[in-house]
Design a protein around this ligand. Sequence first.
Ligand SMILES: C[S@@+](CC[C@H](N)C(=O)[O-])C[C@H]1O[C@@H](n2cnc3c(N)ncnc32)[C@H](O)[C@@H]1O
Length: 139
Amino acid sequence: MQNQQAPILFDQKTASSYDKQTALWKTGREALFSFMRLILSELPADARILCVGAGTGTEMIALAQAFPQWQFTAVEPASAMLDVCRRKADESGIISRCTFHEGYLDSLPASEAFDAATYLLVSQFLTLFYYSHESIINY
Ligand SMILES: C[S@@+](CC[C@H](N)C(=O)[O-])C[C@H]1O[C@@H](n2cnc3c(N)ncnc32)[C@H](O)[C@@H]1O
């Protein structure tokens, strides 16, 4: 189960301005992507990557450009964000290597195992239910 706020928060208006807004963090993002490329470079040449909360596809496209045979599955509950992601993947020439799933991870159809998953700037949107001091369950 998950909360259903993402499609409301990341509506058409937010999706269309998201990349412009986050361009302010360009330097930080580039550093993060460099680090990811370094860590993930040990994966097979034909790795399968799961991008959870793919948003407008920024990390997926950065990785796809660095690793030209990798395949990507973008999971994104907000349709407006996924539309931008799909369009950018097309414009970047990587769309044939991408599968797009509108929804949450629990509705993603079963497939071959992934070699790695990304989950950037997403966990702050998870709702935490505290059952006790020792036990936290993420929805
Ligand atoms: C701040 S954006 C980050 C997008 C992208 N990863 C990036 O770094 O630009 C957060 C994204 O996570 C999605 N999201 C929110 N809750 C989610 C959940 N429980 N599972 C998957 N995606 C979620 C939102 O719809 C939104 O597109």
